[in-house]
Write a protein that binds this ligand. Structure first.
Ligand SMILES: Cc1cc2nc3c(=O)[nH]c(=O)nc-3n(C[C@H](O)[C@H](O)[C@H](O)COP(=O)(O)OP(=O)(O)OC[C@H]3O[C@@H](n4cnc5c(N)ncnc54)[C@H](O)[C@@H]3O)c2cc1C
Length: 427
């Protein structure tokens, strides 16, 4: 267990996003005193859709969130890859339909954050979760850490003493920047993403995720609202992705940057597959958010004494393979497990980092190489004008191998997840 300093709480978490809040819940359950400081003035349901893979859902269910997730999120049933003409390249069942003991969920990021915030407010002591506190500085000595927060709204500085600091402050992490000052801005992939949600009729099974296109132009769509589904409708989350000319400077990666859809709509004007109308989805969206596809190189270390990184602060990755939030949740679980097994902060963080840094570095690199989306590019290269039978273009075994390899790299192959659910695998 991590020791505190005097009456100070034991662990301070900077950042109340998905990673920070799940870490607070997991550490609290492990008996650690924890406080979360979030820079935003209030917890608001921001963002659009994300996916929770079964390995992360297992952790959330263990925290007692099964009912909330079941009511809110879509239990994803299948993943369908199609080319730019809407022809099927690969299709596989997902979650419960694929024999996992727990579902895969597609959910609005903001709704997930609010579910986590409510759970944390319910179970943690009053005042343990504070909005409007931005981490601006920190330090440590042999007995503890101190973290300096600026109170938004002119409250001045607050200095908090604790046994340890976990930086879950996202892709622009202040802590990461301090320990790795030469790193600079996130690494741009040469692709821009436009994200939005649109209310429509259900597509395919009503629980299907669709990935269309190829490396230079892609469109992803999946439903994220269970309440819309039970009404016979769909709230479709979608992401349009285009490669941009090398010389075009990327906009700063800000999750809330709104743009006009005219910027990218034309490129998708002919992508009406009958069963899925890409232009229709684009036209039906109210607000579109632009985000450059960025990540960062895996780090040689996350931990410096009593301070460590977690979630996007530690391993921001391309949104390929739908794993960003899930990997942050696995970090939280690993940190709590390490707390239960070790007593000194340094030992806890060493065990956590030994488990999670190599695993997440592999996912960052796999996503850079295209992850499971590689099947799209293979089909484009081998059959740019489409195909009659996918078997003539890519053998089934090759498609299957790509899908399976990625699941193993990201840690959500069915056998591993189901063994963990049954408790057969030590943490
Ligand atoms: C507003 C927002 C919208 C997003 N929308 C999407 C989306 O639509 N789809 C998607 O796939 N991913 C989205 N993401 C990213 C996604 O949530 C993460 O990739 C993933 O969930 C990992 O979570 P994280 O907690 O590590 O990082 P984040 O979710 O980025 O959370 C980091 C948190 O730290 C806070 N923070 C930052 N700096 C400081 C500081 N100095 N002091 C205190 N707090 C700080 C941020 O306000 C944020 O709440 C979004 C992130 C944010 C912040």
């Amino acid at each position: 267990m991590i020791a505190g300093t005097g009456n100070a709480p034991d662990v301070v978490i900077a950042g109340g996003g998905i990673g920070g809040l799940v870490t607070a819940l997991c550490l609290h359950r492990a008996g650690v005193n924890v406080r979360v400081f979030e820079a935003a003035r209030e917890f608001r349901p921001l963002g659009v859709g994300i996916n929770l893979q079964p390995h992360a859902v297992r952790v959330l269910h263990a925290l007692g969130l099964e009912e909330d997730l079941r009511r809110t999120a879509i239990r994803t049933s299948e993943l369908v890859y199609v080319n730019k003409f809407g022809q099927r390249i690969w299709q596989e069942p997902r979650g419960l339909d694929a024999g996992y003991a727990v579902p895969q969920y597609s959910i609005h990021r903001g709704e997930l954050q609010m579910i986590l915030h409510r759970a944390a407010t319910r179970s943690l002591p009053p005042d343990a979760i504070r909005a409007g506190h931005e981490l601006v500085g920190f330090g440590q000595d042999a007995s503890g850490v101190h973290a300096v927060f600026v109170e938004r709204g002119g409250g001045g500085d607050v200095t908090i003493a604790a046994g340890a600091l976990v930086a879950a402050d996202g892709i622009h992490s202040v802590v990461r920047r301090t320990f790795h000052p030469g790193e600079g801005e996130p690494r741009f992939s040469g692709r821009i993403l436009w994200r939005a949600t649109t209310r429509t009729a259900p597509v395919l099974s009503g629980r299907s995720m669709v990935w269309a296109g190829h490396d230079r132009q892609k469109f992803v769509a999946y439903p994220i609202s269970e309440s819309a589904r039970v009404e016979g409708r769909a709230l479709m989350n979608w992401i349009a992705e285009l490669r941009v000319p090398e010389e075009q400077p990327p906009p700063r990666s800000d999750w809330n940057r709104r743009v006009d859809k005219a910027v990218f709509r034309e490129a998708f004007a002919s992508w009406d597959f009958g069963w899925l109308s890409v232009p229709g989805l684009i036209d039906g969206a109210e607000a579109v958010y632009e985000f450059p596809m960025v990540d960062r190189d895996p780090l040689p270390r996350w931990t410096h004494g009593r301070i460590t990184l977690l979630g996007d602060a530690a391993h921001p990755m391309y949104p390929v393979g739908s794993n960003g939030a899930s990997q942050a949740i696995l970090d939280a679980e690993a940190l709590a497990d390490a707390c239960s097994r070790q007593s000194r902060v340094e030992e806890v963080f060493a065990a956590y980092e030994a488990q999670r840094r190599p695993a997440t570095s592999a996912v960052v690199l796999a996503n850079r190489a295209g992850g499971p989306d590689r099947v799209l590019q293979l089909a484009e290269e081998r059959a740019p004008n489409g195909f009659e039978r996918i078997e003539d273009v890519i053998p089934r075994l090759e498609l299957e191998a790509i899908a399976n390899r990625y699941k193993q790299t990201a840690g959500f192959d069915r056998e591993t997840v189901n063994r963990r659910v049954r408790g057969d695998v030590p943490p």
